[in-house]
Design a protein around this ligand. Sequence first.
Ligand code: FES
Ligand code: FES
Length: 243
Amino acid sequence: ESSRDAVLYVNGVRRVLPDGLAHLTLLEYLRDIGLTGTKLGCGEGGCGACTVMVSHYNEVLKKCVHYAVNACLAPLYSVEGMHIITVEGVGSRKSGLHPVQESLARSHGSQCGFCTPGFIMSMYALLRSSELPPTEEQIEECLAGNLCRCTGYRPIIDAFQVFAKTDDAFYTNTSSSDLQSGEFLCPSTGKPCSCKSKGLNGAETCKKSTANEHNYEPVSYSEVDGSTYTDKELIFPPELLLR
Ligand code: FES
Ligand code: FES
């Protein structure tokens, strides 16, 4: 390996790109290395099934920026020096679902499932790139490039609206660091609660929550950014800051 090698990271794993792959799209590369959660739908930027998150260090802004990208349109070498997160890097049944995945599943926002990784990645990229909780309009807008043939969209939109900034009962600014010892955020209400449920991955749900008008159990934004999930979120690889 030399210092001139093309390097990228995929889901936190460093990968050196050999020469001779200029004909590959990022989507073909990801699927070739076994990450088949990212789907090929149209192959021309129209359906969003191939959406991944691309992160890179922006020299002008002096910070990492995150974008949802159609992997079917991105030439592989165009993401050299960047960090790619695919749906496998967000969460799984084995490692624990991310709140975005959990919420979509609970609201029945996935039927055949083909579009699901793309929707997850669009929403995940929006949350990672927003310093404040997004608005409902921003959430709808971020899903505009994702098509679904099965659900009619309403369950998907509903699933993700729990991450929106809103005054309703499902949103809280509370983070785990604000909680008294022994207290924790209830996965049903997103508020401090003594229901003793074990969080999003626990089998139990909050029996104390009476405000659940929807057919899913909302999760709070604070669980995505700053609370229970934080230690699992993939960080930007330090090596790429130096390139
Ligand atoms: Fe349809 Fe990429 S496969 S946008
Ligand atoms: Fe089938 Fe969306 S769940 S295409």
